[in-house]
Write a protein that binds this ligand. Structure first.
Ligand code: HEM
Length: 526
């Protein structure tokens, strides 16, 4: 330790001088303050106590789902049109209106089930969450890469995640628990068909699609709404992995997708996605054999074409993983004027869950963090709470009037721009599932849409994970596959018949041999 005061003074003046969080220069970062150089240490070691107690709190709870992720900054550029029409016909959302208009974005890609450092080769849907920092405040589009989901009612989500996550006793993911839930929730069969095919292991984050999955609304200046689904199409093409390819990658790296994204951006090879929408008139569509609010269904492309509305480019890596990627908070409730909710029951359940978990995960003032805060002024009467560090006040605002309305001053309500969308709703309060469930039809269509190597990998993966499951679960899964497509069911039945059920009673998902994908596995298109 230096006892030279002038040297200390010099230190204080230098920009790289180490300080503690009180701004005190740290003159000795190597030794505790002790009685003699062999100890014991004294409790007055403020620098040490501050340093170690901050370290003890370096982690926040990881996301209950989607803990493993990677992020990047970029921008969205609007086309001003939706297909051949002006976008204003359907939505007044400002970010879409003008051709060439740019809106900054932050994107976080993720896997769903395992923890923050789990391998990125695991079979799992991938999260695709985009925060648009628009002039009207933030818009979050929180989606996945597979365009559909396992369930259609939010009340089933905690059970589904419990079944998919590791067993509460062994802490090992167990395919029997996974298929037990899926066999008993036939609406999941379409998603299971995607997840067990190579589409369940995208080659990396740059070469996968994204989708809002749930049905939203667009609202125009007259307050007229349409139903809308969002999709991201990668300009890099789509590439998925067979189980065998994924296992080979996992043998050498469990961070390959994060590395791929980081390196591409660092090297200036900026990934791009086009944003496309499917539009339906805002009604129940009794002519369809499925409900447009059912997120286990694809909207047929021939009837509801994918219409381009803009393009996203990712061109900047995060400066700090924790500050940006870990603390970023997306939610389906975060919409701007011109965008609205549909009655999709999953969307409505999700909308409560995200901000609720973020108040717990990040803290009550999570929206004040730079990554979450809109890039426009924020002026509210909300105040206080753990870790508030600034006031969201208007310049010159009377600090005594922290309420509204007031005749003495304070903040005023905004003026509504455009006519509000006010849908008429009536009906009995019930606990019932929707009509038109059509649980397996689209799974059959998806099976037939796959190329042969994808079908072979799907069957091999299903056989491998189902073989250790209770016979009743196997029978139910075979019945669902037969209902979807005769060949799908037959191949699954034959595959399982050939497999011995001996061996471990508990089997992790994945780690099986699959079929090799052809080299031309890079795809374009929807
Ligand atoms: C993350 C709940 C369905 C996509 C999360 C988180 C929760 C959650 C609590 C953690 C958020 C955080 O800690 O910041 C739910 C519930 C659902 C549901 C209750 C159904 C009722 C879905 C669906 C999708 C999806 C259908 C895909 C369309 C995501 C994504 C993330 C996420 C991408 C990670 C966001 C990020 O990168 O920070 N979800 N989720 N979720 N969810 Fe969901």
């Amino acid at each position: 330790m230096s006892d030279d005061l002038s040297n200390n003074k010099l230190n204080e003046e230098q920009e790289d001088t180490l300080t503690n969080r009180q701004g005190h220069p740290v003159t000795n970062n190597q030794n505790l303050r002790t009685v003699g150089n062999r100890g014991p240490a004294v409790l007055e070691n403020y620098d040490f106590l501050e340093k170690i107690s901050h370290f003890d709190r370096e982690r926040i709870p990881e996301r209950v789902v989607h803990a493993r992720g990677a992020g990047a900054h970029g921008y969205f550029q609007a086309y001003g049109t939706v297909g051949d029409e002006p976008v204003s016909k359907y939505t007044r959302a400002k970010l879409f209106q003008e051709k060439g208009k740019q809106t900054p974005v932050f994107v976080r890609f993720s896997s769903v089930i395992h923890g923050g450092h789990s391998p990125e080769t695991l079979r799992d849907p991938r999260g695709f969450a985009v925060k648009f920092y628009t002039e009207d405040g933030n818009w979050d589009l929180v989606g996945n890469n597979l365009k559909i989901f396992f369930i259609r009612d939010a009340i089933k989500f905690p059970d589904m995640i419990h079944a998919f996550k590791p067993d509460p006793i062994t802490n090992i993911q167990d395919s029997e628990r996974f298929f037990d839930f899926c066999a008993s929730s036939p609406e999941s069969f379409h998603m299971v068909t995607f997840v067990y095919s190579p589409w369940g292991i995208p080659a990396n984050y740059r070469m996968m699609q994204g989708s809002g999955v749930n049905t939203y609304k667009w609202v125009n200046q007259k307050g007229v709404a349409v139903l809308v689904k969002y999709h991201w199409e990668p300009k890099q093409g789509i590439k998925n992995l067979t189980q065998q390819e994924a296992s080979e990658i996992q043998g050498t790296s469990f961070n390959h997708a994060t590395q791929d994204l980081y390196d591409a951006i660092k090297e200036g090879d900026y990934p791009e996605w086009e944003l496309l929408v499917q539009i339906m008139s805002d009604d129940e569509h009794s002519e369809l054999d499925f409900d447009p609010l059912d997120d286990t269904k694809l909207w047929p492309e021939d009837q509801f074409p994918w219409l381009p509305v803009g393009k996203m480019t990712l061109n900047k890596n995060p400066e700090d993983y924790f500050t940006e990627v870990e603390q970023v908070a997306f939610g389906t409730g975060v919409l701007v004027d011109g965008l609205d909710f549909s009655d999709d029951k999953m969307l409505q359940g999700r909308t409560f869950s995200y901000s609720d978990t973020q108040r717990h995960r990040v803290g009550a003032n999570y929206l004040q963090l730079p990554i979450n805060s809109p890039k426009k002024r924020v002026v509210t009467n909300q105040n206080g709470g753990q870790m508030q560090y600034k006031l969201d006040r208007a310049p010159g605002q009377n600090p005594h009037i922290n309420y509204e309305p007031s005749i003495l001053g304070g903040l005023k309500e905004a003026v509504q721009d455009g006519i509000e969308h006010t849908p008429y709703i009536e009906g009995n309060l019930v606990r019932e599932s929707i009509d038109r469930q059509s649980n397996t039809k689209q799974a059959g269509e998806t099976y037939r849409m796959f190329e042969e190597w994808e079908r072979a990998d799907l069957i091999s993966n299903l056989v491998s994970d189902l073989s250790s499951c209770d016979q009743r679960i196997q029978d139910k899964m075979i019945a669902l596959a037969e209902e979807a497509d005769e060949e799908y069911g037959r191949r699954l039945r034959e595959g399982l018949a050939q497999t011995s059920t001996k061996g471990s009673s508990q089997k992790p998902l994945g780690n099986r041999d699959g079929n090799k994908a052809p080299d031309e596995a890079v795809k374009k298109g929807h």
